[in-house]
Design a protein around this ligand. Structure first.
Ligand SMILES: *Cc1c(COP(=O)(O)O)cnc(C)c1O
Length: 458
């Protein structure tokens, strides 16, 4: 590579060795709780600190210092995992090989591996004819699926948006569904938010009522979206009832299983997804319950040909189903042209850990959520939002207003032992944990209650 610093391996050898050694140290410090989970610092200070460092050596320690330490057993905040070792290294390889994927020749291994990942998923759902695509995140994935739903409804790709199209979804759904609808040009009225029942599920009854109301306004329903699970409360909609109604009414059923879709790999957890197999399309994030680094999302279409509808509705004629070619030309089916060979990160866990081991990890986390919920119910000062279904638990202190609760949350994080978040459900503030780290145990979680109680009594 001539005399360019960027590719001078002798020059960077020390950097490579240093990073390699540091990763071990960093992980150990987190696992042993020897660093705060998060050292909350004002961004101006962080910027100034980086700007004052003179070389990569001091930058490395600052990157570690200011990061949210996901391998710490007290980390139970957002739905971000400490990536498994094989998948994190697969991410490194993906960046190193840098195989674009839009055209098969840009990434033969990348396209083949992505296909294998999708095949393993479709097998789990018994979707023999399914095909799909991987996208950079569930938000893009949901948009991709809804674009296909819209195109299946009418040739909007050519005609543009002429009608009053509507998507039906729970009030508790992830905000990206609302965004996708507005990006598609349906406006604020294009999303009909259904109020969930007391268990925070969308039931068949509620869906039927919403469908009737939307139709009364002469709006056309292009899709119904089920959450598996919802992001805030972590509750699964009644997918079976929703799916059956969509089949009767001939409405595209999309399941946003960004968080919980991989529960299908576990015999114990898959009942939560009952009815998801009735969907036309589904989004599953590996960077949530698949233990990979971000972003690693799969979009599955039960009828594989639907996956070509979005951007090129006649692709099925150009590339017949038997041909191996269209699957390999990923660019036909995504917004993204160049993209990371993200399939490798999912493949690393599916192949090198295996589905049973991934299931064991998910079951551990969900089981822990139930144990923690039981502990909350035992304590008179606390109120559980409702029995968890996934690895997300919401809970609040009785008779404490939101501003005090926020102060306790802040106090807890400042102590450095834990990182959790807050959320508002039906106008009420709750503490919320997403248990994403298999190093976390019940004691780590009950310590959250102890410490907040102490802050309250101070
Ligand atoms: C996380 C999540 C999303 C968004 O996915 P990203 O990968 O963060 O873009 C969408 N829906 C649900 C249900 C989620 O849990």
């Amino acid at each position: 590579m001539g005399n360019f610093l960027a590719y001078d391996r002798a020059y960077w050898k020390q950097f490579i060795d240093s990073v390699h050694g540091q990763i071990n140290n960093w992980t150990e410090l987190q696992e042993q709780s020897e660093v705060p989970v998060l050292k909350k610092t004002d961004i101006q200070k962080v910027i100034a600190d980086f700007e004052s460092s003179e070389n990569w050596q001091s930058d490395l320690s600052k990157i570690f210092n200011y990061s949210n330490h996901l391998y710490h057993p007290g980390y139970a905040g957002h739905q971000v995992v400490p990536p498994s070792i094989p998948s994190a290294l697969a991410g490194y390889l993906a960046n190193y090989f840098n195989q674009g994927m839009a055209v098969y020749d840009m990434g033969q291994a990348a396209n083949a591996i992505e296909r294998i990942v999708l095949k393993r998923l479709r097998k789990a759902f018994g979707w023999d004819d399914a095909e799909g695509i991987m996208t950079s995140g569930g938000s893009i994935g949901n948009l991709t699926a809804l674009l296909a739903a819209r195109q299946a409804f009418d040739d909007v790709w050519e005609k543009g948006v002429e009608d009053h199209y509507t998507v039906l979804v729970s009030e508790d759904a992830h905000y990206c569904v609302d965004r996708a609808v507005r990006i598609m040009g349906f406006g604020a009225k294009g999303v009909c938010k259904i109020k969930p029942n007391d268990q925070h599920k969308i039931t068949g009854e509620a869906l039927q009522k919403a469908i009737a109301e939307v139709r009364k306004e002469n709006r056309k329903i292009i899709a119904v979206v089920g959450s598996a699970c919802s992001t805030g409360p972590g509750i699964f909609d009644d997918l079976q009832a929703m799916g059956e109604i969509c089949q009767q009414e001939k409405i595209w059923f999309h399941v946003d299983a960004a968080h919980g879709g991989l529960f299908q790999l576990s015999q114990k957890l898959k009942p939560l997804l009952k009815g998801a197999e009735l969907a036309n399309s589904m989004v599953i994030d590996f960077h949530k319950m698949g233990f990979t680094p971000a972003l690693t999302t799969s979009v599955l279409f039960k009828n594989g040909l639907d996956s070509y509808k979005t951007f090129k509705q006649d692709a099925a004629y150009l590339w017949p189903e038997e041909s191996s070619e269209p699957y390999a030309q990923s660019g036909l089916r995504t917004l993204e042209c160049t993209k990371l060979m993200m399939g490798l990160k999912a493949y690393a866990n599916l192949k090198w850990l295996g589905e049973p081991e991934m299931a064991r990890m998910m079951e551990y986390l969900v089981d822990l959520a139930h144990q923690f919920a039981a502990e909350i119910k035992k304590r008179s000062a606390w109120e559980l939002f409702q029995e968890p279904e996934a690895n997300i638990v919401c809970f609040k202190l009785k008779n404490v207003d939101k501003s005090s609760a926020l102060a306790f949350l802040d106090g807890l994080i400042k102590q450095g032992t834990h990182y959790i978040v807050g959320t508002t459900i039906s106008g009420q503030f709750y503490f919320r944990v997403s248990i994403m780290n298999v190093a976390t145990n019940l004691e780590h979680l009950t310590a959250i209650l102890d410490q907040i109680e102490k802050l309250k009594n101070e």
